[in-house]
Design a protein around this ligand. Structure first.
Ligand code: SOE
Length: 377
């Protein structure tokens, strides 16, 4: 019997719209899905650009008004890839219309909006997921498995840095990501959000934080009129230390000014029995230090996370051992798990509750930076 198909409406067609379109296209080709996916409608404000994306990414229909996609009874799933200030409005309307929702990070502009979104999806009993795609990097999923098995013992340190350099050039235009009214925050909500999510995924919940946020370049050329300058109203970099509820210590930094680092996540987790190290620029490897190895042969082993038959997570669905995968595969993994959760009426992490908890950490750091004191999350 043919599997019931799920019609998807994608809101937002730029970078994340492209990454998610690839995910919707590839998921059924590499994973056993419990439902067929129909790439029904792609939506964005610029009709010429959206039509070009519709053709290129392979969507059946295009729309310029997200409200029409949400109101369309044919649509089962709404995938939100718009600037942060519209996430809440779209998600709450989609939940009220009974749509299952995948939403890009950060979930919303603030904790208040996150609570409203969570309340709406719980009331509608729809499946809800925030797209923290890095949880589904095979090496990260492998790290989670090893930590869960107790391989590291009691965790003492989570040290993570997410570093980019796309704003080092003062001539880089002032996009929506640099305007508080559209983005909520800068590097903090955009990329600290990712390493905060991985901290919660791999180590546990935050208890208290102390942070600082900084804007290096305070004026930038406007995108549509480079002769005019506009104020940058968000952080270029955000750092914080913290304590987890389980006693581990946290040290996180997100920056768009790490000259030379294009999209670099470095994570090191130190436990009583061993350590793990991960580098997104070398994302198929996981470094592992086993403290039980005799002293004369100790060292970080270099696990290439590409084994098949479930030995390593996700990666076996693609190619034989050693044939590595990339950034775009993490969206395919996320969407495959989301579709199967929708099909089974189950919850799939990270949920909007994870998005709310992430926002609580983000806001606590911002409060600490503004008051220059420790803040309980
Ligand atoms: C920009 O910093 C960005 O596109 C983030 O918004 C994404 O979440 C990250 O995966 C890549 O960089």
């Amino acid at each position: 019997m043919a599997k019931k198909k799920l019609n998807v409406g994608l809101i937002g067609y730029l970078f994340m719209g492209k990454a998610h379109s690839n995910g919707w296209r590839q998921a059924s080709r590499f994973f056993d899905l419990k439902r067929d996916i129909c790439m029904h409608t792609i939506c964005g404000r610029n009709s010429t650009a959206v039509e070009k994306s519709r053709k290129q990414y392979g969507w059946d229909h295009m729309e310029t008004d997200w409200r029409k996609v949400v109101a369309n009874p044919e649509i089962d799933i709404i995938d939100i890839n718009t600037p942060n200030d519209s996430h809440a409005e779209i998600a709450i309307a989609a939940a009220k219309a009974g749509k299952h929702i995948l939403c890009e990070k950060p979930l919303a502009m603030n904790v208040k909006q996150c609570r409203q979104m969570l309340q709406a999806v719980k009331k509608s009993k729809v499946t809800h997921m925030i797209c923290h795609n890095y949880r589904r990097i095979p090496a990260i999923a492998q790290a989670k498995k090893m930590i869960k098995e107790g391989v590291l013992g009691e965790i003492r340190h989570y040290h993570a840095r997410y570093s980019q350099s796309w704003l080092v050039d003062p001539k880089a235009p002032r996009l929506w990501r640099m305007q508080k009214q559209y983005a909520g925050s800068g590097a903090h909500g955009d990329i600290n959000a990712h390493i905060i999510d991985l901290a919660r995924f791999l180590v546990g919940e935050f208890d208290e934080v102390s942070g600082q946020m900084h804007t290096f370049i305070k004026q930038r050329p406007l995108p549509d009129n480079p002769k005019k300058m506009g104020r940058v109203s968000v952080d270029d970099a955000a750092q914080f230390i913290g304590r987890f509820k389980n006693g581990a210590l946290a040290n996180l930094e997100a920056t768009r000014f790490a000259t030379g680092r294009k999209n670099h996540i470095h994570i090191e987790i130190n436990g009583a029995k061993g350590s793990l190290e991960f580098n997104l620029e070398d994302m198929n490897r996981l470094k592992y230090f086993d403290n039980s190895v005799p002293l004369d042969r100790q060292g970080f082993s270099d696990i290439i996370v590409t084994q098949q038959n479930g030995v390593h997570p996700y990666v076996g669905q693609w190619w034989p051992p050693g044939h590595i995968i990339g950034y775009e595969h993490t969206f395919v993994h996320t969407i495959a798990d989301f579709i199967n959760a929708v099909a089974e009426g189950k919850s799939v992490q990270p949920t909007f509750e994870d998005g709310l908890k992430n926002q609580q950490v983000l806001e606590s750091v911002e409060k600490s930076a503004n008051t220059r004191r420790w803040v309980k999350v």
